[in-house]
Design a protein. Structure first.
Length: 405
């Protein structure tokens, strides 16, 4: 390997005495150094690679060129015997097209990267929406210009979205920068600011309120909503329940929907999903399947009749049925998730279930349950106080001392 320092232009003249530098690195008369230089790197007899800027994209002065040359030689000496490793180390110093370093180009590469990884369509659409609608602020920036200060300025400018959504956007930006670092477009991922926001925890409703809404749902559609209430599954998981998922006294959570496309659980083939007891919803399943139709193993359990044909439920259709029922019941602000999954977590909390027990029912991690589904209400506090009041060692009811004989 050979590294040589040259002046940026052979015809460049000294600004003091107007003498040409030529191939010299200092003026022959006044000894002044040239303003710009470049490195010529030759490796294993291949064509020379020219390095005209440092790793930050700034033009090379003579001092910077000497430091960069020493750094390259030091890195090359660490793997002097392994030619492949040496070449890989030296590749990060070779300049790339600056246009490829723009954030607008890298974010498009990241979307293609997600497609290659076969990320779900819903996930790709969410990421693409954030990059296009909110992070396009950085499109004209070079990756090296996306600093913590620049991101913080963007946070203060985004007054049209909530604080929690700003946190989500910062996380997406961090992923794109990590991708750029893996591709060696940048040296390292900058420490992005931590945007503090108050998480509004999701609320649930009690069984009485659920019954009031359920009373206005047509009888044909009640089985799927009853299953949603009693099992605490996600809406897409209930819609995706198939006949083959019901085996004996168990129900297996083997699938979900991603933008109306069936997605099988778990991702590892040959393994079954989470197992739930069937006894809680036996009558509901019998009602859903007891319409005289012969079902195959791949048929959906919950279907409805439209123009003489059976159709499986789509999210939009379920939402329309629920919205009409909640308006009639007088609960216009209770969402479908609060009616089902969040209500299950809330009612388990009232019943005294631990975080681990609630996580087992909701098929979540206990940390997620604590962060998103913990709603402390007056009834919950009253139950906790009753535990204290029932104890024999409280201030109001101190433990009696035994008299000495």
């Amino acid at each position: 390997m050979r590294i040589v320092v040259y002046t940026a232009r052979g015809h460049e003249k000294c600004p003091s005495c107007n003498t040409k530098y030529g191939q010299s690195l200092a003026c022959k008369k006044c000894k002044q150094e040239p303003r710009k230089v470049y490195l010529a790197l030759t490796f294993e007899g291949q064509n020379r690679e020219f390095i005209r800027s440092d790793l930050d994209g700034d033009p090379l002065s003579l001092e910077k060129a000497k430091r960069l040359k020493a750094r390259i030689e030091q890195d090359a000496s660490l793997c002097s015997t392994d030619k492949v490793a040496k070449k890989k180390i030296l590749q990060k110093y070779i300049p790339r097209n600056r246009e490829r370093m723009l954030f607008s180009n890298v974010r498009l590469e990241y979307i293609k990267h997600l497609e290659k990884k076969k990320a779900s369509l819903k996930h790709r659409e969410n990421i693409e929406s954030i990059l296009r609608c909110h992070l396009s602020y950085f499109d004209t920036n070079d990756l090296g210009d996306i600093t913590p200060g620049a991101v913080e300025d963007w946070c203060y400018l985004k007054t049209d979205i909530s604080g929690s959504y700003i946190v989500k956007c910062i996380n997406v930006l961090r992923r794109v920068l990590k991708y750029a670092a893996l591709r060696e477009y940048i040296q390292s991922v900058p420490e992005l600011p931590v945007w503090k926001t108050t998480e509004i925890k999701r609320h649930g409703i009690n069984a009485g309120q659920q019954g009031e809404i359920l009373a206005f749902i047509p009888d044909e559609h009640k089985p799927i909503f009853l299953f949603l209430i009693l099992m605490g599954w996600r809406i897409a998981e209930v819609r995706a329940l198939k006949v083959r998922d019901i085996q004996g006294d168990s129900i297996f959570l083997n699938g979900s929907f991603d933008r109306e496309e069936y997605k099988e659980y778990p991702k590892v083939k040959g393994k079954k999903g989470a197992e739930y007891p069937k006894e809680r919803v036996t009558n509901i399943i019998a009602q859903a399947l007891g319409n005289g139709r012969i079902y195959g193993p791949d048929d959906y359990v919950f279907t409805f009749t439209y123009r003489g044909k059976r159709h499986h439920y789509k999210h939009r259709y379920m939402s329309d049925i629920y919205y009409e029922a909640r308006e009639k019941a007088g609960y216009p602000h209770v969402t479908l998730n609060e009616f089902g999954r969040h209500a299950m977590s809330y009612q388990l909390f009232l019943a005294g279930a631990s975080l681990e027990e609630r996580a087992a029912i909701l098929n979540n991690e206990s940390g997620t349950v604590q962060e998103h589904y913990t709603t402390v209400t007056k009834q919950i506090r009253s139950r906790v106080f009753n535990l204290l009041d029932g104890s024999s060692q409280t201030v109001a009811n101190p433990k009696k001392r035994r008299k000495r004989p």
